[in-house]
Design a protein around this ligand. Structure first.
Ligand code: SF4
Ligand code: SF4
Length: 159
């Protein structure tokens, strides 16, 4: 670069706003459509596991038995695939980046105690209903078999 070119650039830059940002002293402004990090509204989530199956980087873990939904934000590549596939629309892509950390910590969300109690009661009722239906079917089958048996094949009565 010639001295003339250098002087021109230096003078121009004296009157320009700096192109760099004084982060973290000046907070970063994100664009509206910036893909930053995933958030889950656990009150809407049904722990179906679809997001876990769709995630290409295995960042999400759903544990239905423990009523937890977990994400490792440092493994997420912000592809938005989980958001698009969530049937309950509980996932959203936020336009702020995950805060830096010295460890790859996970975010674990769990159902509230009331919701867990409700789920347990619902499961118990379903099991009881299934057991009752099974018993009724068995009784019906036994009655039909007894009716269909030819006369005289039953046990002789002891006199
Ligand atoms: S797909 Fe949606 S509803 Fe299903 S487990 Fe993931 S966040 Fe929850
Ligand atoms: S945005 Fe993509 S990488 Fe991140 S959790 Fe969702 S599916 Fe996985």
């Amino acid at each position: 670069m010639s001295l003339a070119q250098f002087s021109k650039t230096a003078i121009r830059n004296l009157f320009h706003k700096p192109v760099t940002e004084k982060y973290p002293f000046v907070p970063k402004e994100y664009g509206e459509r910036t893909r930053g990090h995933i958030e889950n509204d656990i009150s809407k989530c049904v722990l179906c596991g679809l997001c876990m199956m769709r995630c290409p980087s295995h960042a999400i873990t759903v544990n239905k038995a423990a009523y937890t939904w977990q994400i490792n934000p440092f493994s997420c590549v912000q592809c938005n695939y989980c958001v698009e596939g969530c049937p309950k629309k509980s996932l959203t892509m936020k336009n702020t980046y995950t805060k830096p950390d010295t460890q790859k910590t996970s975010v674990v969300l769990k159902y509230s105690a009331e919701r867990i109690a409700g789920e347990e009661a619902r499961r118990k009722a379903m099991i009881e209903k299934a057991m009752a239906a099974k018993k009724a079917a068995e009784a019906k089958k036994a009655a039909a078999a007894q009716e269909a048996a030819p006369a005289g094949t039953g046990k002789a009565e002891v006199q």
